[in-house]
Design a protein around this ligand. Sequence first.
Ligand SMILES: [Zn+2]
Length: 340
Amino acid sequence: MSIIGDWLHKSEGPARTSGQLHVGSMASGMAVTLPYVAVRGARPGRTLWLHGQVHGDEINGMVAALRFARALRPEAMQGNVVVTPTGNPQALDARRKRNPYDELDLDQTYPGNASGLISERLAHALMAEVRGVADVLINLHTMNPLFDARPYTVYKVHPDSRVTEADVLAAMAPFHPHVACQQDVGGKGELPGNISGALDYQCLAAGICAFMLELGSGSRFEPENIAVAERGFHALAVQMGILDGTSTASAAPARTLRRVKRRGWITADGGGLFLPAARAGDLVREGASIGDTMRLDASVTPVSPFPRDGVLIGLRSDPVVHTGERLAFVAWEWDTVNIA
Ligand SMILES: [Zn+2]
């Protein structure tokens, strides 16, 4: 049963609603729910679904999605917009990435399990609503609070999905991402974990066009990154036929994207204070260093020079580093793709 889908499709006429999807309860009796906002247009059409966060300390996407929904005029729409501002309410309330009650990474947990741990139940409850309802879903993220980044996208290719890579690239183009990273679902060379458990990958499996939009830093309100997302939501809704594009000044989608096929982390070889000599988004040339590590005896060691050209997707902004901690997230291979 889909509560949101039923509301969108079993009644008619422009309207908006909001509510809470019941998932469970705490020992105290306090409810564990997924909040939602749904906006139904005057005429039937496609459905754009904005999922504000799966990681509880990633805030910019929630703000952008809620602002976008708030400004919509249902009587002027053909189709629907749904916002689930958080998929991880307990992590949001605790100001942390993971749910404190099971420590799972929710974005490695989809499609979930109705009789599993609480993160798995939250994942299952969301997928039950999304499946058969969303046409395009955006899985909103940020980097963690220790990093700066320019807005970018991450996507996967699902071998059995009817959604093609070209479809996903076209849906990302309205956001003008700094880079569009094609993530290997095997996860090689990036971070350990169950990458196929990402919401966007499970949406592709369900025939929904989906990708991750990364909006700067966690635990912060960043107006410029939020504005990028709001403009992109608008332009994508025009592209999907939900909003009328003639009456607005929404920016045209990007005609090309910088597609990244390999990326990786630079980690610290020693502890100290990382003093960057570059900024997030920069192209760093082969042989250049991204900064120095200053130790507390006043000595300074440059970070190892880049073995080849790389683009800084994310750069550490918190100087305190220990051996093995991440300094930068780097795109190592890219090409330029035309948008259909
Ligand atoms: Zn995230």
